[in-house]
Design a protein around this ligand. Structure first.
Ligand code: FES
Length: 365
């Protein structure tokens, strides 16, 4: 017997009905959240359920479910605590927050405490770098956390409390959050809260104002239309575009079937030389100066770079990226970049000198 009730099936039908009939597979993402709201993770039964209601096979559903980190493949705690350990948060102390929680809870990445309350994970940029270091609990933010503050939050959760995040409503469980992610309103009292953007988020806007920078044609008072109004406007625009469409041109005469081939027409090949195409890509507008790599000069008229420039650039690249034989990534040698830059510049300055030659210690002339 399926673990999913008739109520879940009804919700699944509601989700699918939001999409055009011939695009029902687009409902897969919210459906995965729906099954996760029932079991706390996307179980094999959840994969089977999604496949059945969408007419997909289990491999297709599994491919999507394993791609996104928000779909959990094993039972997850009531509260998913994600600590950002990416660059910005890390330099501000994110790793310390993560390590403190891991030690206190006795779990590592993607592990759950024995009481089933907390799952800990480290995350790669939670898109709130301006509030770093940040952690989220079931995707609600705690900004500017420190180890003690983070410990306070998890202890309150383990004691049955539901602390307030820095922004948004009081925390809910992961299953309750999955219902919202599937596209259904959370009916709890105070489940939805709003707040204005914080000062760090507005900092860029304030600087732009101070310096008189604005986006042409942007009206900050543009009203946000309701869905019905937006649908009506879209239908009108579509009808207008249809009416303005020119009558279809007569079919061009087909070439004589000399070979009897039924292959479709193939676009004529681009007859530009690779050098011209590269130059156009790098310098689409000849009035705009594009800086070249140090020590090289890329012509703007479509001709290939001088052999000396090409060789100098290649030699500089080789010198900065010695073959990795010691398990380190190529180019990991300390100071290689600075040396490369300095030597390439010296090469560019030596007018008429021969091409630079790579050696084990860098570039020599
Ligand atoms: S680096 Fe932590 S939110 Fe971006």
């Amino acid at each position: 017997m399926s673990v999913f009730t008739e109520e879940t099936r009804e919700r699944a039908r509601e989700i699918i009905a939001r999409y055009p009939a011939d695009r029902s597979r687009s409902a897969l993402l919210p459906l995965l959240h729906l099954v996760q709201s029932e079991e706390g993770y996307v179980s094999p039964a959840g994969v089977e359920f999604c496949a059945e209601v969408l007419g997909l096979n289990k491999a297709q559903v599994g491919a999507v479910a394993t791609f996104y980190t928000m779909y959990k493949r094993k039972p997850t705690g009531d509260y998913l605590v994600s600590v950002c350990t990416n660059t910005m948060c890390n330099v501000l102390g994110g790793q310390e927050v993560y390590d403190t929680l891991a030690e206190h809870l006795g779990v590592g990445h993607d592990e759950t405490t024995a009481d089933g309350k907390i799952t800990l994970e480290h995350a790669e940029c939670l898109a709130a770098c301006d509030y770093g270091p940040v952690m989220t609990v079931n995707y609600d933010f705690f900004d500017n956390v420190d180890p003690q503050g983070a410990l306070g939050v998890v202890e309150e959760l383990r004691a049955g409390g539901r602390p307030m995040p820095t922004r948004g409503a009081r925390l809910c469980t992961l299953k309750e959050m999955a219902v919202q992610l599937a596209g259904f309103a959370d009916e709890r009292d105070g489940a939805v809260a709003d707040g204005g953007p914080g000062e760090p988020t507005l900092r860029g806007l304030r600087l732009a104002e101070q310096h008189g920078i604005s986006v042409p044609g942007f009206d900050p008072n543009t009203p946000i239309r309701s869905k019905a109004e937006a649908d009506k406007a879209a239908a009108e625009a579509k009808a207008k575009a249809e009416a303005a469409k020119p009558a279809p041109a007569p079919e061009p005469a087909k070439p004589a079937a000399a070979t009897g081939s039924t292959a479709p027409d193939v676009k004529a090949p681009d007859d530009k030389s690779p050098q011209v195409r590269t130059a156009e890509t790098r310098q689409p507008d000849a009035r705009t100066a594009v800086p070249d790599a140090p020590g090289t000069k890329v012509p703007t008229d479509g001709t290939p770079p001088a052999p000396r420039d090409a060789q100098a650039a290649e030699a500089a690249g080789v010198a900065a990226n010695p073959p990795a034989g010691d398990g380190k990534p190529a180019g990991d040698e300390a100071g290689a970049q600075q040396r490369n830059l300095k030597e390439a510049e010296a090469g560019a300055g030596a007018n008429g000198a021969g091409p630079a030659v790579a050696s084990e210690t860098g570039v020599q002339k």
